[in-house]
Design a protein around this ligand. Structure first.
Ligand code: HEM
Length: 149
């Protein structure tokens, strides 16, 4: 008789599932993106940062962000960019700017979706914000520059 392994056969966390709910589609996600960025653009702290980085036509950014959120929420595979380098170059952004970003995003999601769905958008945004902040503000000293006392 062969002894069965007691180890779980899956050591990786299960992949996130797409959120399948009526009313959650590219059209409603696009509306969220547009309403959110129209708020961001008039915010006194975030507005000038975005105005400096996105000069001229906002349409490509809005479409890219719609692709991004469709990939995050619907697992559409529409987004192929690299968020970390895009934010690493924003030298004057602080950790508290992320609180403003998340507050505006949460407010907008709660206006457009029922609570249960808004909560999914907000939870994913918070998780991604945490990884962006880790990349931007908490870099370990590289081994090459570390000194041994
Ligand atoms: C204070 C907070 C934030 C600021 C000031 C900020 C600012 C920006 C700016 C200026 C860009 C455009 C960069 C460019 O086109 O060169 C950008 C791109 C982007 N942002 Fe943010 N962002 C913030 C937080 C977030 C968060 C929390 C998320 C996700 C939940 C996010 C997702 C993205 C994505 C996906 C892109 C496109 C990157 C690419 O593929 O080019 N951002 N952001």
């Amino acid at each position: 008789m062969t002894s069965k392994s007691v180890l779980p056969d899956r050591v990786r966390p299960a992949a996130e599932q797409p959120l399948v709910r009526s009313g959650v589609d590219r059209a409603s996600i696009g509306a969220l993106v547009r309403k959110f960025y129209s708020r961001v653009r008039t915010d006194k702290r975030l507005g000038p940062i975005f105005a400096r980085e996105i000069v001229g036509d906002w349409e490509p950014h809005l479409e890219k962000m719609t692709d991004f959120w469709c990939s995050v929420i619907l697992k559409s595979g529409d987004y192929h960019g690299r968020p970390v380098p895009a934010h690493m170059k924003l030298n004057d952004v602080t950790e508290s700017d992320f609180d403003i970003w998340l507050a505006l995003f949460g407010e907008t999601a709660s206006e457009l979706f029922i609570d249960e769905i808004a909560a999914v958008f907000i939870e994913r945004a918070e998780r991604i914000a945490t990884s962006l902040k880790l990349a931007m503000f908490f870099r370990l000293r590289s081994a090459a520059s570390a000194t041994v006392e």
